[in-house]
Design a protein around this ligand. Structure first.
Ligand code: PMV
Length: 325
């Protein structure tokens, strides 16, 4: 019988601290109820194949050394496969099919989710268990190829799931299973961008700030810490206010756009307690914290200015194997 294995990993949203987290502040992120799926199927002979349904790509991996010379979009997945092999996972000839509900380039962690699902599916094919740490490290290899200088917040979130207080180097500092008592509305502006561009322009702006950099980072870290406490005690008005301040700082460092501002203000006018861009910015998505009962109005107001807007479950289970045979 042909061996087969299917895994999935969730999207993520950064609730506070993006960009600044690359320079050492804490960040808060949550897994979202939107998924990337990977199906691995054992083949009798090499070459192997990687198929991406959404990207419309089908690439060939000629042999067990996993060398790859295909399109850049699938390079992160190839890096994940090599990271698995470097950890002594004995990968047979395979067909790996990736399909995803998570839009690419929208700040919702599509690349990390696809990498984590791919790694789990392939490990499942050979019946190997992976620890969360091991899955994080392998997924991080894909993120390095996709983003250059990642803090690790995306892979940590899609691998572990939940609502996470994160710091680069430390990983998960604290974690809640889910965001309870309030709704998270996500709107995709439809404007696509890479993560690498905004990350490097923010890093160079921070360098040019001189001593102001230290104060700015310390203010953001303080805001993130206060937000984590607000989540713990369910003080959502305070959390919303802190998200608004965080958005103002992201705007100040140049990663907002008039389109994102329109969505943010529409959400606030419709009753959101807080609204901000999420992820690298310069396009991508906006999140809003909506009290129960007002999520419909917030979603509609954001949706009129975005490609789509929807309330998503925040704090779903992390990457998992769905089936193996
Ligand atoms: O790729 P995105 O849009 O989810 O952004 C990642 C978050 C950043 O803080 C901008 C970069 C990082 O590695 O933390």
């Amino acid at each position: 019988m042909t061996r087969r294995s299917v895994a999935r990993a969730p999207a993520k949203a950064i609730l506070l601290g993006e960009h600044f987290v690359v320079s050492g502040t804490r960040a808060v992120s949550a897994s979202l109820g939107l998924y990337a799926y990977a199906e691995a199927e054992e083949l009798k002979l090499w070459p192997s194949e990687i198929v991406s349904i959404e990207l419309g790509l089908r690439v060939t991996i000629p042999g067990p050394d996993l060398s790859y010379s295909g399109p850049a979009e699938l390079q992160p997945i190839a890096a994940v496969l090599r990271a698995l092999r470097a950890r002594d996972f004995d990968i047979p000839a395979f067909r790996l099919t990736i399909r995803s509900e998570i839009p690419d380039g929208a700040g919702l962690g599509s690349s990390a989710a696809a990498s984590a699902a791919a790694a789990l599916a392939l490990a499942g094919l050979v019946g190997s268990d992976m620890s969360r740490d091991e899955l994080f490290m392998v997924t991080m290899e894909g993120e390095r190829v996709a983003h250059g200088n990642p803090s690790g917040v995306d892979p940590v979130t899609v691998v572990n799931g939940g609502v996470i207080l994160f710091r680069k180097g430390d990983g998960v500092i604290d974690r809640h299973e889910r965001l309870e008592g309030v709704s998270l509305v996500v709107a995709d502006s439809g404007i696509r961008r890479s993560t690498m561009g905004p990350v490097s322009s923010v890093l160079s702006l921070l360098e040019r700030l001189g001593s102001v950099k230290r104060h700015l980072l310390s203010a953001v870290d303080e805001i993130v810490g206060a937000a984590w406490e607000s989540i713990r005690v369910r003080s959502f008005e305070r959390l919303g206010m802190l998200m608004n301040i965080n958005h103002g700082l992201l705007s100040a460092i140049g990663v907002s756009t008039p389109e994102l501002e329109e969505i943010v203000y529409a959400a606030r006018r419709a009753g959101a307690l807080g609204a901000k861009l999420t992820g690298a910015g310069l396009g991508g998505s906006v999140i809003a914290l909506a009290p129960f009962g007002s999520e419909g109005a917030v979603q509609e107001a954001m949706g009129r200015r975005a490609r789509w807007a929807t309330a998503l479950y925040a704090g779903v289970q992390g990457a998992s194997l769905i089936s193996e045979a």
